[in-house]
Write a protein that binds this ligand. Structure first.
Ligand code: FAD
Ligand code: SF4
Length: 475
């Protein structure tokens, strides 16, 4: 019989991590998989609240208590089927969602007793089901006549392709990279998400009939016009790729690098992918990373693994106001990263040959809240100092980077360059060009894997509504 007070006897237990010294040398996932027994104990902690806050806080509204119950009973294949009803890439979300801010943050047991380990269970269910031969069941799908082009094989594009295919449409996905995944592959490092997980998902999606045309940049290898002409509808999930400049004197010095090209080239080097960005080796270097978000955390931890002699992360607010996931800050600290809070960079200092030698910083105190409610860092006069550095990585985030061909096809963007595609429009996530839908970072601005998945799925439903409306009109 189920014991609702199980959470009193059984503490929250995260999956075991590899020892910090060992993992700081390897680009492999640091969390070890749960055993079935751990999974049962952890799933059994769920109170099955009448109004599950975790489900509401999860952007795709996963049926969390229901698949926890199936997992607890060992019904992994059914749990995987249920997980896929709301999420196209549950194994990715289980690994990379900031659960402390989402589902687990909203768990009734959070704080006092420790939230249910929802993310780890989601990961276990999908990994284990796939190991047992689970595949999406498309036996009841009725083929449709429509053929959709998805541009961008990131989480938004993959989720859109998944939902369209499960509803009978034919889908071709185009991406300029040699592998699918977008930032899941060419951004998020392997110690958070091993690339074999993405390749396994690719096999499943191809098995569903989705066609991938990779190494194919729309606007260069094929014109957008041709894509629009050849398909019933188009989904855009191009992401956001324009790095925010630091605006610091000396920013173009040798040894100063932008975060994303550094991370992309590192993964490409390990996985053997051909990319344009050159590999940057930080072995034996004193590295300073500027920024406090997830990208900065990925940079510091990649630098450690490359063999940097020291890695410091300078962030202009305090730890409580850092945008990066708490979990990743803890992991970075364990791996030897030094955090310097309340430090605002002022300039990059170089030697006579133009090579970076230090970052000039000033200490800050937190002032009043800005329009988003975050307290402003205010420089403390006279606290200027130098952080010696052989390499500097700039991780200040990304701005939308809409290609010029959007405007020539009547696709409107806002003042920040985000594509306008309202979720609540006549057909969800339709752009100002009725044949074109969009979602993910290019609509929301830089955000999360799970919110990109959510929008990709909603755009697919919007397209299906549009196709059905056209059929009704023809009849
Ligand atoms: P993307 O993932 O960027 O995919 C866009 C795809 O479009 C790319 O594959 C690109 O090659 C392709 N493309 C672009 N233009 C063209 C073209 N003209 N022709 C063909 N293809 C094109 N989120 C989390 O939830 N957890 C994390 O831990 C996390 N860590 C992150 C770490 C880093 C370093 C970064 C940069 C981001 C991280 N994020 C994280 C954010 C998350 O990765 C993104 O929000 C998410 O990937 C956005 O999905 P998307 O599908 O909109 O775009
Ligand atoms: Fe939590 Fe993310 Fe999974 Fe939703 S998708 S249940 S937020 S880990």
């Amino acid at each position: 019989m189920s014991n609702v007070f199980q959470f009193l006897d059984q503490q929250r237990q995260d999956p075991t991590k590899l020892p910090a010294q060992e993992r700081a040398q390897e680009f492999v996932e640091i969390y070890q998989p749960f055993e079935q027994a751990d999974l049962e104990q952890q799933s059994d902690r769920c109170l099955d609240c009448g109004n599950p806050y975790c489900e509401w806080k999860c952007p795709v509204h996963n049926y969390i208590p229901d698949w926890l119950r199936l997992a607890k009973q060992g019904r992994i294949l059914e749990a995987a089927d249920m997980a896929h009803q709301t999420n196209s890439l549950p194994e990715m979300c289980g690994r990379v969602c900031p659960q402390d801010r989402l589902c687990e943050g909203a768990c009734t047991l959070n704080d006092e007793f420790g939230a249910v380990t929802i993310g780890s269970v989601e990961k276990y269910i999908t990994d284990e089901a796939i190991k047992q031969g689970w595949k999406p069941d498309l036996s009841k799908v009725i083929p449709r006549e429509e053929h959709v082009a998805v541009i961008g094989a990131g989480p938004a594009g993959l989720a859109c392709a998944d939902v369209l295919t499960r509803n009978g449409a034919k889908v071709t996905v185009y991406d300029r990279h040699p592998e699918i995944g977008g930032l899941l592959t060419f951004g998020i490092p392997s110690f958070k998400l091993e690339k074999s997980v993405v390749r396994t998902r690719r096999q499943l999606l191809e098995g569903m009939g989705i066609e991938f045309k990779l190494n194919c940049e729309i606007g260069k290898d094929i014109s957008f016009e041709q894509i629009v002409d050849d398909h019933s509808a188009v989904f855009l999930g191009l992401g956001t790729y324009k790095a925010m400049a630091a605006g610091l004197p000396g920013e173009s010095a040798q040894g100063v690098h932008q975060a994303l090209p550094f991370l992309i080239a590192n993964t490409a080097e390990i996985e053997g992918y051909q990319v344009d960005d050159p590999y940057i080796n930080l072995q034996g270097k004193r590295v300073v990373v500027l920024g406090g978000g997830d990208t900065a955390m990925d940079c510091v931890r990649t630098s450690v693994r490359q063999g940097a002699t020291s890695v410091q992360c300078a962030y202009r607010r305090d730890e409580a106001n850092m945008p990066g996931s708490r979990r990743e800050v803890t992991n970075a600290r364990e791996e030897g990263v030094e955090f310097l809070f309340n430090r605002q960079p002022l300039s990059i200092k170089t030697d006579p040959c133009g090579q970076v030698v230090a970052v000039e910083c000033i200490e800050t105190a937190l002032g009043d809240a800005d329009e988003w409610g975050r307290r402003r860092p205010e420089p403390i006069a006279g606290s200027e100092h130098l952080l010696p550095a052989d390499a500097v990585l700039i991780a200040f985030g990304f701005q939308p980077s809409p290609p010029a061909w959007l405007a020539t096809h009547g696709i409107i963007t806002d003042e920040k360059g985000r594509v306008l595609a309202p979720e609540q429009g006549k057909f969800g996530l339709q752009t100002s060009n009725p044949k074109v839908f969009a979602g993910g970072d290019m609509v929301r601005g830089s955000d999360l894997v799970v919110t990109a998945i959510d929008q990709g799925r909603k755009a697919a439903l919007g397209m299906l509504d549009m196709f059905d409306a056209a059929i009704r009109k023809r009849a």
